[in-house]
Design a protein around this ligand. Structure first.
Ligand code: PEP
Length: 246
């Protein structure tokens, strides 16, 4: 049986005081049945590591460079993330695909760079509303996952996949548990064709997960937890979502 994983994506929110309150609130609410992690803005990795180190909660980043090192101003390498004790790096979040023109090959290279340094990539896939309405959902999501599968080759089984329909991110619109399960089952089938480890891999759901819809989503057989945006910034909500996972 797969252990569930709940990952908070803080996006570009935070301050020293707000972070301290959030992190101590999460730590104080332990233990959780699920694995729990927070992916924070780069400048806050150090304080997050200090706040969480003794609490069995993991932390990570929201992106990582596809390059090892070099003249790439503004980029942060996987080696640097590893030095900060990052367990995870989100790659290919729809906000990066949209606002930073990240495409499938780049996202796949980022996932590969992360894994090469022992940082688990959380590879995000998901369709836009226009793609869903055009009946392209399955093709889009399969194409996105396929790029990561090919880049990671024999290490495919080490990534975490997050299915995040773009129309559900930050909108208050959630995929129904049935819609989400159908997509997760499709992704699992695609992973099964690529690795014997597919049934041990985690596929997270993301998109307006809240305390009141988390348990039903997480109860679906192929949903192994969640990638949580807005609700991960409120201690009570995030803790309630973590508790909804078993
Ligand atoms: C996200 O940022 O990955 C996300 C799912 O956001 P939200 O939970 O706010 O929809």
């Amino acid at each position: 049986m797969r252990k569930q994983l709940i990952v908070g994506n803080w996006k570009m929110y935070g301050s020293h005081s707000a972070n301290a309150e959030l992190l101590s609130g999460i730590a104080a609410a332990r233990p959780f049945m699920a694995d729990v992690a927070v992916c924070v803005p780069f400048p806050y990795l150090s304080e997050t590591a200090v706040a969480l180190a003794a609490h069995g909660i993991h932390w990570g980043a929201q992106d990582c460079s596809a390059h090892e090192q070099g003249a790439y101003t503004g980029e942060v390498s996987a080696a640097m993330l590893a030095e900060f004790g990052c367990r995870y790096a989100i790659v290919g979040h729809s906000e990066r695909r949209t606002y930073h023109a990240e495409n499938d090959p780049l996202v796949a290279d980022k996932a590969k760079a992360a894994l090469a340094r022992g940082v688990t990539p959380i590879v995000c896939v998901g369709e836009t509303l226009a793609q869903r309405e055009a009946g392209e959902t399955e093709a889009v999501v399969k194409r996105q996952l396929s790029a990561a599968i090919h880049a990671l080759a024999h290490c495919v089984g080490e990534m975490v996949v997050a299915y995040e329909p773009v129309w559900a991110i930050g909108t208050g619109r959630t995929a129904t548990p049935e819609q989400a399960q159908a997509m997760h089952a499709l992704l699992r089938a695609q992973l099964r064709a690529a690795t014997p480890r597919a049934d041990d891999m985690k596929i997270l759901y993301g998109g307006s997960v809240k305390p009141d819809n988390a348990a039903t989503l997480f109860a679906q057989p192929d949903i192994d937890g969640g990638l949580i945006g807005g609700a991960s910034l409120k201690v009570a909500d995030f803790v309630a979502i973590c508790r909804a996972a078993d």
